[in-house]
Ligand binder design. Structure first.
Ligand SMILES: [Zn+2]
Length: 491
């Protein structure tokens, strides 16, 4: 790990980006539910500066958080053969909270790795004067006057990305290029604790996005003729230009390969496309079937799926990774598929589809309360098996949960763990057992009604453990304490 450099400039100048990290750690032991950031988290995260609220904190509460209105316009020139991108990004940010913001803050995840990100320009649009300061993976844009409720600021960034040669969420191999968590973004601003910035842990995830509208224009040079793109939204192709539009999306990811084969299904008006490598068609079909069926089921159980498309991508990096409108599943699940729903291919397709709700629609602090998305995504797999393969319910409990002898507190953070197995055992698996006990306590009807109300209440916002438990308490007279005491630390 190297010490991050600090660069400052007044508008319009050039900023060399920096920040560094070491090579990703080896894959953990078994980790059936592992995700790449979990499996490949850096052993020594780059420390970020302590971020203070932009204005005095005193009686504020994070419960009063109001999402901002955010839009991203990304114009990308991608040199495929040289693994190099030149990007112009315009971000519109309208403050919808009652708190005034003297600055906007961007998280630039690629800047954690040396030689990947280079900022070449930063300015406010509309001829406003401000200043930009890049420190490690954080870019602060000071505003000429505080942004009040209803005010909008627009920031124009230009930068270059040189992709690392590795099978990862951001990187390339001979047959695949992936761009996940790849652009500078503005995190939620919490009234009491300020910008929601978390450092990477050794396991789990740490980035939290606000809902935003995306317009992406992508031009690719030096490309193989057979190159196919998978993304959070379906492209409109005009000559050599791909245009994507995503309304109210949590984040925008994409992937390219000259070897992708594709399969397509529709679920109502949603187009679901599977992108897979040759010889893996049977597994890709199984994943597509599970994604289609679980998408329908979750649309009934939680809330309608909000996007017109979903992409499922076979990944050269280990394990699975959700994003919005797209998810990735590691090649190992395709090669190990044995023509049966008793498989990771089926279970994890249902799991990653559930993340379109428990990450996409309803976000949370993934570093501090990871159970909210991971326990719910894991337990949502069971809903799928209960509905489609009731004979496999006990197989599911044994294969996905019990054989790992779950233990540990559910409400722990990603920073509480040194290894992935103990993290999964507590947060994912004990989390699934907690939800099972909670469901048994309050009864099926109230449990599913509470899930629906929780989704409706937190849609497009952030959820907390309190918002989840309160959704149950509003509908049930049962005393939840004996159950929470069994699974939650300090309860
Ligand atoms: Zn997950």
């Amino acid at each position: 790990m190297k010490i991050a450099l600090i660069f400052c400039l007044v508008l319009g100048g050039c900023l060399p980006g920096s920040g560094a990290d070491s090579v990703p750690a080896a894959t953990p032991e078994t980790a059936p539910l592992a995700r790449p950031t979990e499996a490949q988290a850096s052993p020594a995260p780059t420390p970020l500066p302590v971020l203070k609220p932009a204005t005095p904190a005193a009686p504020r509460s994070d419960a009063a958080y109001t999402p901002a209105e955010v839009s991203y316009s990304l114009i990308i020139n991608f040199d495929y053969a040289h693994h190099h991108l030149v990007v112009n990004e315009t971000v519109g940010y309208t403050n919808r909270s009652v708190w005034e913001l003297p600055e906007l803050l961007f998280i630039i995840e690629p800047a954690r790795k040396e030689g990947v990100f280079r900022l070449t320009g930063c300015k406010l649009a509309d001829e406003l004067q401000g200043s930009c300061k890049l420190e490690a993976a954080i870019l602060r844009v000071a505003l000429p006057s505080p942004l009040k409720n209803g005010d909008q600021a627009r920031v124009v960034l230009s930068y270059e990305l040189t992709l690392p040669a590795q099978p990862n969420t951001l990187g390339f191999t001979q047959r695949q290029t992936n761009l996940i968590d790849w652009y500078p973004f503005i995190p939620p601003y919490l009234p009491a604790s300020g910008w929601l910035v978390r450092e990477p842990g050794k396991v789990g995830e740490h980035l939290v996005y606000e809902m935003a509208d995306y317009e992406v224009e992508l031009q690719i040079a030096n490309r193989p003729a057979t190159l196919i793109l998978a993304a959070s939204a379906a492209p409109k192709i005009e000559g050599s230009v791909y245009r994507f539009e995503m309304k109210r999306g949590r984040s925008f990811a994409w992937s390219a390969s000259p070897e992708y084969q594709t399969l397509q299904e529709t679920s109502g008006s949603v187009k679901i496309t599977s992108y897979y490598f040759p010889k893996h068609q049977a597994a890709a079909e199984a994943g597509l079937k599970a994604a289609k069926e679980s998408l329908q089921l979750y649309s009934d159980l939680f809330s309608p799926y909000p996007h017109p498309s979903l992409s499922i991508v076979e990944a050269e990096f280990f394990d699975g990774m959700e994003d919005d409108g797209i998810f990735f599943l590691g090649t190992e699940y395709y090669t190990s598929y044995t023509n049966s729903p008793r498989s990771y291919m089926t279970a994890l397709s249902a799991h990653e589809t559930a993340h379109l709700w428990w990450y996409g629609l309803v976000a949370n602090d993934h570093a501090k309360e990871p159970w909210l998305d991971e326990a719910l995504a894991t337990y949502s797999e069971l809903f799928y098996y209960e509905r489609k393969y009731p004979d496999l319910v006990s197989w599911w409990w044994d294969y996905r949960v019990n054989r790992f002898s779950p233990g540990g507190w559910v409400n722990t953070t990603v920073y509480d763990y040194q290894n992935f197995r103990s993290y999964v055992n507590a947060v994912y698996l004990q989390g699934a057992l907690f939800l099972k006990d909670l469901r048994e306590l309050v009864g099926n009807d109230i449990f599913f009604m509470a899930l629906k109300e929780y989704t409706l209440d937190r849609s497009g916002k952030l959820a907390t453990a309190d918002s989840f438990l309160n959704a149950v308490k509003r509908l049930s007279k049962a005393d939840l304490q004996p159950v929470t005491a069994r699974y939650f630390k300090n309860n």
